[in-house]
Design a protein around this ligand. Structure first.
Ligand code: ZN
Length: 338
């Protein structure tokens, strides 16, 4: 039995036909977690679809109506890059319900994984880049509405910049400079003084956003996160883990979250068809461990979602996502350092 829950439904499958997004990955991950003995059937909990009111915490009424009535324009559907269907909309409402459930479980039990979600390119008024509904933002806003948190941190390690997240939660004060360029050295991470965010009004939601992503990749326009790391093509395990370590240290120096929402994209992998970084499967597991260890050392619960993964062999994507569960199991099972 795992020391945390996995939120999953067979209906996470996205009905998008032959597509670079391997919609079958969710079912394959579920199967592999069981077949490899990483999880047992009792580790899984089944989500319910989000309510429209939850979706409306993030998305505009007009956009939600278009999705529900099937009245997106041709251009809006093209921008989504997944074919519209009522079933597609259902799958995204379910993914959002899964992230709400996972966030609640994480806050109560310390950690939870949504074996889906992480649709970080969705904006309040439109979908793009295979993302229709921003499940993570919906979950954060719902937890805030329930009075369960006022300070959340998103740690987005998908190879693509979390433009939807940054648009929904624009940074109050941006930390330092865009990081790094191909020629940058580790010294280019600046600690700019007096960056402490001003205290929010009582009960107001504050979200600190971190995005480590490939600079030369989608999306073209990258709205600022609290910390952005614009990685050069071909960044390897060691370099990536160095930047991640620095970013997490900086973030926790300036912000004390009550929940970390870790968006664990599988696409920084060197064999990814839509990514240009060079991380190995082992390096990606170390990445997961680092995020989880840092959160644990600060006693902050973590909600994990999966986001992208387009490896040439879909089985590699499956292994990378399953390894995130293995990493969580190992980190939670290890003694806490003093
Ligand atoms: Zn991605």
């Amino acid at each position: 039995m795992l020391p945390f829950k996995l939120v999953y439904s067979d209906d996470y499958y996205l009905p998008i036909g032959a597509h670079v997004f391997p919609a079958e990955k969710y079912r394959l991950i579920h199967k592999h977690l069981l077949d490899a003995g990483i999880a047992e059937p009792g580790d899984f909990v089944t989500p319910k679809p989000a309510h429209d009111e939850d979706i409306l915490l993030v998305h505009t009424r007009e956009y939600v109506q278009k999705l529900k009535n099937g009245t997106l324009s041709a251009e809006e559907e093209l921008q989504m890059e997944v074919p519209y269907s009522p079933e597609l909309v259902k799958a995204f409402w379910l993914a959002a319900g899964g992230s709400i459930l996972a966030a609640g479980l994480a806050l109560r039990e310390g950690l939870a994984v949504n074996v889906g979600g992480g649709f970080h390119h969705a904006f309040p008024d439109h979908g793009e880049g295979f993302c229709v509904i921003h499940d993570v933002a919906v979950a954060i806003k719902r937890m805030h509405q329930e009075g369960k948190l006022t300070r959340a941190m998103t740690v987005d390690l998908d190879v693509h910049n979390g433009n939807g997240t940054a648009a929904i939660f624009p940074p109050r004060i941006r930390h330092g400079h865009p990081l790094p360029s191909a020629s940058a050295s580790r010294r280019d991470i600046h600690e700019t003084p007096n960056l402490e965010a001003p205290h929010s009004k009582d009960g107001e939601l504050e979200v600190f956003t971190i995005s480590l992503h490939q600079a030369h990749n989608y999306p073209l326009h990258k709205p600022p996160s609290s910390i952005d790391v614009h990685l050069p093509d071909g960044t390897n395990d060691e370099e990536y883990l160095g930047w991640l370590d620095q970013s997490l240290s900086s973030a926790f120096r300036h912000f004390t979250p009550e929940l970390v929402c870790y968006i664990a994209g599988a696409d920084p992998y060197k064999e990814d068809q839509l990514g240009g970084l060079a991380l190995t499967i082992e390096g990606l597991k170390k990445r997961d461990e680092l995020v989880l260890r840092v959160a644990r050392s600060h006693n902050v619960p973590v909600m994990i979602t999966y986001a992208g993964g387009y490896a040439r062999r879909v089985q590699d994507t499956v292994i990378i996502h399953c390894n995130t569960v293995v990493a969580a199991k190992e980190v939670l099972g290890s003694p806490t350092s003093p």
